[in-house]
Write a protein that binds this ligand. Structure first.
Ligand SMILES: [Zn+2]
Length: 452
Protein backbone atom coordinates (compact mmCIF):
# COMPACT_ATOMS: atom_id res chain seq x y z
CA UNK A 1 0.00 0.00 0.00
CA UNK A 2 1.36 3.41 -0.96
CA UNK A 3 2.08 5.74 1.94
CA UNK A 4 2.25 9.50 2.25
CA UNK A 5 4.33 11.04 5.04
CA UNK A 6 4.08 14.66 6.17
CA UNK A 7 7.21 15.78 8.01
CA UNK A 8 8.32 18.80 10.00
CA UNK A 9 4.84 20.33 10.38
CA UNK A 10 3.04 21.61 13.45
CA UNK A 11 0.16 19.14 13.75
CA UNK A 12 -3.01 20.50 15.37
CA UNK A 13 -4.68 17.17 16.07
CA UNK A 14 -8.05 18.23 17.60
CA UNK A 15 -7.88 14.85 19.40
CA UNK A 16 -9.63 14.53 22.80
CA UNK A 17 -6.58 16.08 24.53
CA UNK A 18 -6.38 18.77 21.80
CA UNK A 19 -2.68 17.99 21.44
CA UNK A 20 -0.51 20.07 19.15
CA UNK A 21 2.38 17.90 18.00
CA UNK A 22 5.79 18.95 16.75
CA UNK A 23 8.60 16.59 15.83
CA UNK A 24 6.15 13.98 14.56
CA UNK A 25 5.62 12.49 11.13
CA UNK A 26 2.01 12.05 10.06
CA UNK A 27 1.82 8.87 8.02
CA UNK A 28 -1.11 8.11 5.71
CA UNK A 29 -1.65 4.60 4.38
CA UNK A 30 -4.54 4.08 1.99
CA UNK A 31 -7.48 6.18 3.19
CA UNK A 32 -6.42 6.34 6.86
CA UNK A 33 -3.95 7.95 9.22
CA UNK A 34 -1.57 5.10 9.94
CA UNK A 35 0.82 6.81 12.34
CA UNK A 36 1.98 9.92 14.15
CA UNK A 37 5.54 8.75 14.51
CA UNK A 38 8.39 10.43 16.44
CA UNK A 39 10.45 12.21 13.78
CA UNK A 40 13.75 11.25 15.39
CA UNK A 41 13.22 7.53 14.86
CA UNK A 42 10.94 7.42 11.81
CA UNK A 43 12.45 5.79 8.75
CA UNK A 44 10.77 6.14 5.34
CA UNK A 45 10.05 3.01 3.35
CA UNK A 46 10.86 2.75 -0.36
CA UNK A 47 8.03 4.29 -2.37
CA UNK A 48 6.82 6.61 0.39
CA UNK A 49 5.69 10.01 -0.88
CA UNK A 50 7.15 12.58 1.49
CA UNK A 51 5.92 16.14 1.97
CA UNK A 52 8.35 18.36 3.83
CA UNK A 53 5.94 20.73 5.56
CA UNK A 54 8.45 22.77 7.52
CA UNK A 55 6.84 25.97 8.77
CA UNK A 56 3.36 24.67 7.89
CA UNK A 57 0.40 23.77 10.09
CA UNK A 58 -1.56 20.56 9.53
CA UNK A 59 -5.22 20.55 10.58
CA UNK A 60 -8.15 18.19 10.14
CA UNK A 61 -10.10 19.02 6.97
CA UNK A 62 -12.94 21.41 7.70
CA UNK A 63 -16.48 20.11 8.07
CA UNK A 64 -19.07 22.38 6.48
CA UNK A 65 -22.36 21.34 8.09
CA UNK A 66 -24.77 23.28 5.89
CA UNK A 67 -24.49 23.86 2.17
CA UNK A 68 -26.51 23.75 -1.04
CA UNK A 69 -24.70 22.41 -4.10
CA UNK A 70 -27.86 23.22 -6.10
CA UNK A 71 -27.56 26.94 -5.37
CA UNK A 72 -23.95 27.36 -6.45
CA UNK A 73 -24.90 28.51 -9.95
CA UNK A 74 -27.40 30.91 -8.36
CA UNK A 75 -24.70 32.95 -6.66
CA UNK A 76 -25.55 36.62 -7.11
CA UNK A 77 -29.25 36.05 -7.76
CA UNK A 78 -30.52 36.71 -4.26
CA UNK A 79 -28.69 39.67 -2.79
CA UNK A 80 -30.24 42.51 -0.79
CA UNK A 81 -33.63 40.78 -0.54
CA UNK A 82 -35.60 39.36 2.40
CA UNK A 83 -35.90 35.63 3.12
CA UNK A 84 -39.29 35.03 1.50
CA UNK A 85 -38.28 36.93 -1.66
CA UNK A 86 -35.04 34.95 -1.71
CA UNK A 87 -36.92 31.65 -1.50
CA UNK A 88 -40.06 32.27 -3.55
CA UNK A 89 -38.77 34.62 -6.26
CA UNK A 90 -35.14 33.60 -6.64
CA UNK A 91 -33.98 30.27 -5.18
CA UNK A 92 -37.08 28.12 -5.76
CA UNK A 93 -37.49 29.21 -9.42
CA UNK A 94 -33.76 28.75 -10.00
CA UNK A 95 -33.42 25.32 -8.39
CA UNK A 96 -36.60 24.04 -10.04
CA UNK A 97 -35.29 25.09 -13.48
CA UNK A 98 -32.16 22.95 -13.18
CA UNK A 99 -31.68 19.97 -15.48
CA UNK A 100 -29.45 17.06 -14.45
CA UNK A 101 -26.37 18.43 -16.24
CA UNK A 102 -26.83 21.79 -14.47
CA UNK A 103 -26.72 19.93 -11.13
CA UNK A 104 -23.49 18.28 -12.20
CA UNK A 105 -21.81 21.59 -13.11
CA UNK A 106 -23.15 23.30 -9.97
CA UNK A 107 -21.76 20.47 -7.82
CA UNK A 108 -18.34 20.66 -9.47
CA UNK A 109 -18.12 24.42 -8.93
CA UNK A 110 -19.17 24.04 -5.31
CA UNK A 111 -16.70 21.23 -4.69
CA UNK A 112 -13.78 23.07 -6.28
CA UNK A 113 -14.47 26.01 -3.97
CA UNK A 114 -14.65 23.69 -0.94
CA UNK A 115 -11.36 21.96 -1.76
CA UNK A 116 -9.71 25.36 -2.20
CA UNK A 117 -10.88 26.50 1.23
CA UNK A 118 -9.87 23.29 3.00
CA UNK A 119 -13.28 21.70 3.42
CA UNK A 120 -13.20 17.93 3.06
CA UNK A 121 -16.73 17.11 4.25
CA UNK A 122 -20.03 18.90 3.83
CA UNK A 123 -23.71 18.30 4.48
CA UNK A 124 -26.07 19.37 1.72
CA UNK A 125 -29.51 20.58 2.76
CA UNK A 126 -31.22 19.37 -0.38
CA UNK A 127 -30.22 18.52 -3.90
CA UNK A 128 -32.18 18.54 -7.15
CA UNK A 129 -30.81 15.65 -9.20
CA UNK A 130 -29.16 12.89 -7.22
CA UNK A 131 -27.26 10.96 -9.86
CA UNK A 132 -25.24 13.87 -11.38
CA UNK A 133 -24.65 15.37 -7.94
CA UNK A 134 -23.27 12.12 -6.57
CA UNK A 135 -21.26 11.71 -9.78
CA UNK A 136 -19.74 15.17 -9.28
CA UNK A 137 -18.77 14.46 -5.68
CA UNK A 138 -17.33 11.10 -6.63
CA UNK A 139 -15.07 12.81 -9.18
CA UNK A 140 -14.15 15.64 -6.80
CA UNK A 141 -13.06 13.19 -4.09
CA UNK A 142 -14.62 14.96 -1.11
CA UNK A 143 -17.03 13.62 1.50
CA UNK A 144 -20.71 14.55 1.67
CA UNK A 145 -24.04 13.87 3.33
CA UNK A 146 -26.87 14.43 0.87
CA UNK A 147 -30.64 14.57 1.04
CA UNK A 148 -33.54 15.82 -1.03
CA UNK A 149 -35.08 19.02 0.21
CA UNK A 150 -38.58 17.74 0.85
CA UNK A 151 -41.61 19.97 0.33
CA UNK A 152 -45.11 18.53 0.65
CA UNK A 153 -47.26 21.47 1.78
CA UNK A 154 -47.67 25.23 1.96
CA UNK A 155 -47.33 28.14 -0.44
CA UNK A 156 -44.86 29.38 -3.02
CA UNK A 157 -43.66 26.06 -4.42
CA UNK A 158 -42.77 25.53 -8.09
CA UNK A 159 -44.93 23.03 -9.93
CA UNK A 160 -43.72 19.51 -9.40
CA UNK A 161 -42.18 20.20 -6.01
CA UNK A 162 -45.22 19.31 -3.92
CA UNK A 163 -45.08 15.53 -3.49
CA UNK A 164 -47.28 13.76 -0.98
CA UNK A 165 -45.72 12.85 2.34
CA UNK A 166 -45.62 9.18 1.37
CA UNK A 167 -44.06 9.90 -2.04
CA UNK A 168 -41.43 12.11 -0.37
CA UNK A 169 -40.39 9.36 2.00
CA UNK A 170 -40.39 6.67 -0.70
CA UNK A 171 -38.18 8.81 -2.96
CA UNK A 172 -35.67 9.33 -0.18
CA UNK A 173 -35.62 5.68 0.86
CA UNK A 174 -34.87 4.77 -2.73
CA UNK A 175 -31.96 7.24 -2.83
CA UNK A 176 -30.73 5.93 0.53
CA UNK A 177 -30.68 2.40 -0.84
CA UNK A 178 -28.78 3.53 -3.93
CA UNK A 179 -26.25 6.03 -2.57
CA UNK A 180 -25.68 5.57 1.17
CA UNK A 181 -22.09 4.41 1.60
CA UNK A 182 -21.09 5.04 -2.03
CA UNK A 183 -17.61 6.21 -3.09
CA UNK A 184 -15.69 4.21 -0.47
CA UNK A 185 -18.13 5.44 2.20
CA UNK A 186 -17.56 9.11 1.33
CA UNK A 187 -21.23 9.60 0.52
CA UNK A 188 -24.02 9.26 3.04
CA UNK A 189 -27.70 9.72 2.41
CA UNK A 190 -29.89 11.62 4.89
CA UNK A 191 -33.48 12.77 5.01
CA UNK A 192 -34.23 16.42 4.31
CA UNK A 193 -36.99 18.77 5.38
CA UNK A 194 -36.98 22.22 3.77
CA UNK A 195 -38.81 24.39 6.32
CA UNK A 196 -41.97 24.16 8.41
CA UNK A 197 -43.71 26.49 5.93
CA UNK A 198 -43.48 23.68 3.38
CA UNK A 199 -43.53 20.53 5.52
CA UNK A 200 -46.71 19.02 6.95
CA UNK A 201 -46.93 17.43 10.38
CA UNK A 202 -47.33 14.11 8.61
CA UNK A 203 -44.10 14.34 6.60
CA UNK A 204 -42.19 15.38 9.73
CA UNK A 205 -43.49 12.34 11.61
CA UNK A 206 -42.74 9.99 8.73
CA UNK A 207 -39.25 11.46 8.33
CA UNK A 208 -38.50 10.94 12.02
CA UNK A 209 -39.60 7.33 11.78
CA UNK A 210 -37.77 6.53 8.55
CA UNK A 211 -34.49 8.18 9.59
CA UNK A 212 -34.45 6.25 12.85
CA UNK A 213 -35.27 3.01 11.11
CA UNK A 214 -32.44 3.48 8.59
CA UNK A 215 -30.06 4.84 11.25
CA UNK A 216 -29.40 8.04 9.31
CA UNK A 217 -29.80 11.77 9.94
CA UNK A 218 -32.20 14.61 9.15
CA UNK A 219 -31.20 18.04 7.81
CA UNK A 220 -33.65 20.91 8.34
CA UNK A 221 -33.76 24.72 8.29
CA UNK A 222 -35.44 25.84 11.50
CA UNK A 223 -36.63 28.96 13.31
CA UNK A 224 -35.22 31.25 10.63
CA UNK A 225 -37.55 34.20 11.07
CA UNK A 226 -40.10 35.73 13.44
CA UNK A 227 -42.62 35.01 10.65
CA UNK A 228 -41.90 31.27 10.89
CA UNK A 229 -42.42 31.31 14.67
CA UNK A 230 -45.71 33.21 14.30
CA UNK A 231 -46.90 30.90 11.51
CA UNK A 232 -46.13 27.81 13.59
CA UNK A 233 -47.85 29.20 16.66
CA UNK A 234 -50.93 30.39 14.76
CA UNK A 235 -51.37 27.57 12.24
CA UNK A 236 -49.70 24.57 13.88
CA UNK A 237 -50.30 25.27 17.57
CA UNK A 238 -46.69 25.49 18.80
CA UNK A 239 -43.41 27.28 18.13
CA UNK A 240 -41.02 25.41 15.76
CA UNK A 241 -38.93 23.40 18.24
CA UNK A 242 -41.95 22.58 20.44
CA UNK A 243 -43.83 21.44 17.35
CA UNK A 244 -40.98 19.13 16.33
CA UNK A 245 -40.82 17.75 19.88
CA UNK A 246 -44.52 16.91 19.61
CA UNK A 247 -43.99 15.28 16.21
CA UNK A 248 -41.08 13.17 17.44
CA UNK A 249 -38.34 14.65 15.25
CA UNK A 250 -36.05 15.92 18.01
CA UNK A 251 -33.16 13.52 18.49
CA UNK A 252 -29.39 13.17 18.18
CA UNK A 253 -29.77 12.57 14.45
CA UNK A 254 -31.41 15.96 13.77
CA UNK A 255 -29.19 18.69 12.34
CA UNK A 256 -31.11 21.90 12.99
CA UNK A 257 -29.89 24.76 10.83
CA UNK A 258 -29.93 28.45 11.88
CA UNK A 259 -32.37 28.46 14.86
CA UNK A 260 -32.14 32.22 15.35
CA UNK A 261 -35.61 32.53 16.81
CA UNK A 262 -35.75 30.01 19.66
CA UNK A 263 -36.51 30.73 23.32
CA UNK A 264 -34.59 29.28 26.26
CA UNK A 265 -37.09 26.50 26.84
CA UNK A 266 -36.73 25.42 23.20
CA UNK A 267 -32.95 25.39 23.51
CA UNK A 268 -33.37 23.21 26.62
CA UNK A 269 -35.49 20.83 24.54
CA UNK A 270 -32.79 20.66 21.87
CA UNK A 271 -30.12 19.94 24.49
CA UNK A 272 -32.25 17.31 26.17
CA UNK A 273 -32.76 15.46 22.89
CA UNK A 274 -29.16 15.80 21.68
CA UNK A 275 -30.14 17.88 18.61
CA UNK A 276 -27.18 19.42 16.75
CA UNK A 277 -27.01 23.05 15.65
CA UNK A 278 -25.49 24.28 12.39
CA UNK A 279 -24.50 27.92 12.79
CA UNK A 280 -24.13 29.91 9.56
CA UNK A 281 -23.07 33.40 10.58
CA UNK A 282 -22.77 35.01 7.15
CA UNK A 283 -26.14 33.81 5.84
CA UNK A 284 -27.75 34.60 9.19
CA UNK A 285 -26.51 38.17 9.19
CA UNK A 286 -27.29 38.68 5.53
CA UNK A 287 -30.91 37.51 5.62
CA UNK A 288 -32.22 36.54 9.04
CA UNK A 289 -30.81 38.61 11.90
CA UNK A 290 -28.06 38.19 14.47
CA UNK A 291 -27.50 34.50 15.23
CA UNK A 292 -26.96 33.53 18.87
CA UNK A 293 -25.03 30.40 19.69
CA UNK A 294 -23.75 30.89 23.22
CA UNK A 295 -27.04 29.89 24.94
CA UNK A 296 -26.91 26.66 22.93
CA UNK A 297 -23.30 25.99 23.83
CA UNK A 298 -23.93 26.72 27.51
CA UNK A 299 -26.57 23.98 27.50
CA UNK A 300 -24.24 21.52 25.80
CA UNK A 301 -25.80 21.57 22.31
CA UNK A 302 -23.15 20.53 19.77
CA UNK A 303 -22.70 23.61 17.58
CA UNK A 304 -20.93 23.48 14.26
CA UNK A 305 -20.31 25.77 11.30
CA UNK A 306 -21.83 25.99 7.87
CA UNK A 307 -21.45 28.30 4.93
CA UNK A 308 -25.02 27.94 3.59
CA UNK A 309 -25.25 28.61 -0.15
CA UNK A 310 -23.79 30.66 -2.94
CA UNK A 311 -27.15 32.42 -3.12
CA UNK A 312 -27.54 33.16 0.59
CA UNK A 313 -23.96 33.80 1.63
CA UNK A 314 -22.00 34.17 -1.63
CA UNK A 315 -18.71 33.10 0.01
CA UNK A 316 -18.58 29.38 0.65
CA UNK A 317 -15.45 29.65 2.72
CA UNK A 318 -14.96 28.01 6.09
CA UNK A 319 -11.99 30.28 6.98
CA UNK A 320 -14.33 33.26 6.45
CA UNK A 321 -17.06 31.70 8.60
CA UNK A 322 -14.55 30.98 11.38
CA UNK A 323 -13.43 34.59 11.45
CA UNK A 324 -16.99 35.85 11.38
CA UNK A 325 -18.14 33.46 14.13
CA UNK A 326 -15.76 34.83 16.71
CA UNK A 327 -16.25 38.50 15.80
CA UNK A 328 -20.03 38.23 15.62
CA UNK A 329 -20.44 36.63 19.04
CA UNK A 330 -17.98 39.01 20.69
CA UNK A 331 -19.89 41.97 19.30
CA UNK A 332 -23.37 40.57 19.90
CA UNK A 333 -22.59 39.77 23.52
CA UNK A 334 -20.48 42.85 24.17
CA UNK A 335 -17.77 40.55 25.49
CA UNK A 336 -14.44 40.10 23.67
CA UNK A 337 -13.68 37.02 25.77
CA UNK A 338 -16.47 34.87 24.31
CA UNK A 339 -16.07 32.47 21.35
CA UNK A 340 -12.34 31.95 21.57
CA UNK A 341 -10.21 30.87 18.64
CA UNK A 342 -9.91 27.35 20.02
CA UNK A 343 -13.70 27.02 20.34
CA UNK A 344 -14.17 28.19 16.75
CA UNK A 345 -11.56 25.74 15.49
CA UNK A 346 -13.44 22.96 17.30
CA UNK A 347 -16.67 24.03 15.62
CA UNK A 348 -15.02 23.87 12.19
CA UNK A 349 -13.48 20.42 12.72
CA UNK A 350 -14.31 17.91 15.47
CA UNK A 351 -17.67 19.46 16.41
CA UNK A 352 -18.63 19.56 12.74
CA UNK A 353 -17.93 15.83 12.62
CA UNK A 354 -19.98 15.31 15.80
CA UNK A 355 -22.85 17.31 14.32
CA UNK A 356 -22.90 14.97 11.33
CA UNK A 357 -22.53 11.83 13.44
CA UNK A 358 -19.25 11.13 11.66
CA UNK A 359 -16.74 11.78 14.48
CA UNK A 360 -15.75 8.12 14.67
CA UNK A 361 -14.02 8.61 11.30
CA UNK A 362 -13.27 12.31 10.75
CA UNK A 363 -12.84 15.67 12.51
CA UNK A 364 -9.48 15.03 14.17
CA UNK A 365 -6.05 13.72 13.26
CA UNK A 366 -5.78 10.42 15.11
CA UNK A 367 -4.33 7.08 14.14
CA UNK A 368 -7.05 4.93 12.55
CA UNK A 369 -9.22 7.83 11.43
CA UNK A 370 -9.74 8.78 7.80
CA UNK A 371 -6.95 10.88 6.33
CA UNK A 372 -8.87 14.13 5.79
CA UNK A 373 -6.53 17.05 6.35
CA UNK A 374 -5.29 20.42 5.22
CA UNK A 375 -1.81 21.90 5.21
CA UNK A 376 -1.81 25.59 5.98
CA UNK A 377 1.02 27.86 4.88
CA UNK A 378 1.16 30.68 7.42
CA UNK A 379 4.24 32.23 5.79
CA UNK A 380 2.30 35.08 4.19
CA UNK A 381 1.93 38.73 5.11
CA UNK A 382 -1.63 38.24 6.41
CA UNK A 383 -0.60 35.50 8.89
CA UNK A 384 2.82 36.63 10.12
CA UNK A 385 4.14 36.85 12.78
CA UNK A 386 2.98 33.66 14.43
CA UNK A 387 3.00 34.45 18.15
CA UNK A 388 -0.20 32.50 18.68
CA UNK A 389 -0.74 29.99 15.85
CA UNK A 390 -4.22 28.81 16.93
CA UNK A 391 -5.44 32.40 17.15
CA UNK A 392 -3.93 33.20 13.76
CA UNK A 393 -5.78 30.28 12.17
CA UNK A 394 -9.08 31.89 13.16
CA UNK A 395 -8.33 35.60 13.14
CA UNK A 396 -5.95 35.84 10.16
CA UNK A 397 -6.16 32.81 7.90
CA UNK A 398 -7.70 33.21 4.46
CA UNK A 399 -8.57 30.66 1.85
CA UNK A 400 -5.28 31.31 0.05
CA UNK A 401 -3.36 30.05 3.09
CA UNK A 402 -4.77 26.56 2.54
CA UNK A 403 -1.93 25.05 0.54
CA UNK A 404 -2.84 21.35 0.41
CA UNK A 405 -6.12 19.50 0.89
CA UNK A 406 -6.42 15.73 1.35
CA UNK A 407 -9.58 13.64 1.65
CA UNK A 408 -9.73 9.88 2.17
CA UNK A 409 -5.96 9.70 1.85
CA UNK A 410 -5.89 11.37 -1.59
CA UNK A 411 -4.43 14.78 -2.35
CA UNK A 412 -7.20 16.93 -3.84
CA UNK A 413 -5.11 20.09 -3.92
CA UNK A 414 -1.32 20.34 -3.94
CA UNK A 415 0.40 23.67 -3.63
CA UNK A 416 -2.94 25.40 -4.45
CA UNK A 417 -3.39 23.33 -7.60
CA UNK A 418 -6.39 21.08 -8.10
CA UNK A 419 -5.16 18.62 -10.68
CA UNK A 420 -7.77 15.86 -10.87
CA UNK A 421 -10.61 18.12 -12.08
CA UNK A 422 -10.33 20.31 -15.17
CA UNK A 423 -11.03 23.60 -13.37
CA UNK A 424 -10.91 25.90 -16.45
CA UNK A 425 -13.35 23.59 -18.26
CA UNK A 426 -15.69 23.63 -15.26
CA UNK A 427 -15.58 27.43 -15.17
CA UNK A 428 -16.46 27.59 -18.85
CA UNK A 429 -19.39 25.21 -18.26
CA UNK A 430 -20.50 27.33 -15.29
CA UNK A 431 -20.74 30.39 -17.49
CA UNK A 432 -22.92 28.53 -19.95
CA UNK A 433 -25.16 26.60 -17.56
CA UNK A 434 -25.73 29.40 -15.03
CA UNK A 435 -27.11 31.64 -17.78
CA UNK A 436 -29.28 28.93 -19.27
CA UNK A 437 -30.90 28.07 -15.94
CA UNK A 438 -31.49 31.72 -15.20
CA UNK A 439 -33.16 32.18 -18.55
CA UNK A 440 -35.43 29.19 -17.98
CA UNK A 441 -36.29 30.41 -14.47
CA UNK A 442 -37.34 33.84 -15.76
CA UNK A 443 -35.63 35.63 -12.87
CA UNK A 444 -35.15 39.34 -13.59
CA UNK A 445 -32.71 41.30 -11.47
CA UNK A 446 -33.18 45.03 -10.97
CA UNK A 447 -30.33 47.08 -12.47
CA UNK A 448 -28.10 48.43 -9.69
CA UNK A 449 -26.43 51.09 -11.83
CA UNK A 450 -27.29 52.30 -15.29
CA UNK A 451 -25.78 49.87 -17.76
CA UNK A 452 -24.98 47.24 -15.11
ZN1 LIG B 1 -29.73 26.68 3.75
Amino acid sequence: MSRIAIRNATIVTMNPGRQVLRDRVLVVAGDRIAGLEPAATWVPSPGDEILDARGRIVLPGFVNTHAHTAQQLGRGLADDVDLMTLLHDRVFPYESSMAPDDSYVSTLLFGIEQIANGTTTFADAGIQHASPTVQGITELGIRAAFCYSVTDAGEGLPSGWKLSADESIARQEEAYARYHGAANGRIRWWFGLRTLFNNSDQVVELTAEAARRLNTHVHMHLAQSPGEVKYCQDARGASPIRLLAKLGLLGPNLLAVHCLYTDDEEIDLMAEHGVKLSHNPAAGLKIMGVPRIIPFRERGVVTALGTDSGASNNRNSMPDEMWLTTLLQKGAHGDPAVMTAQEVLEMATIDGARALGWDDEIGSLEVGKKADLVVVDPGTSNMQPLHDPIANLVFCMKTDNIQYTMCDGVWLMKDRRIGHVDVPAVLRAVHEHAGQVRERSGIQLPARFPGA
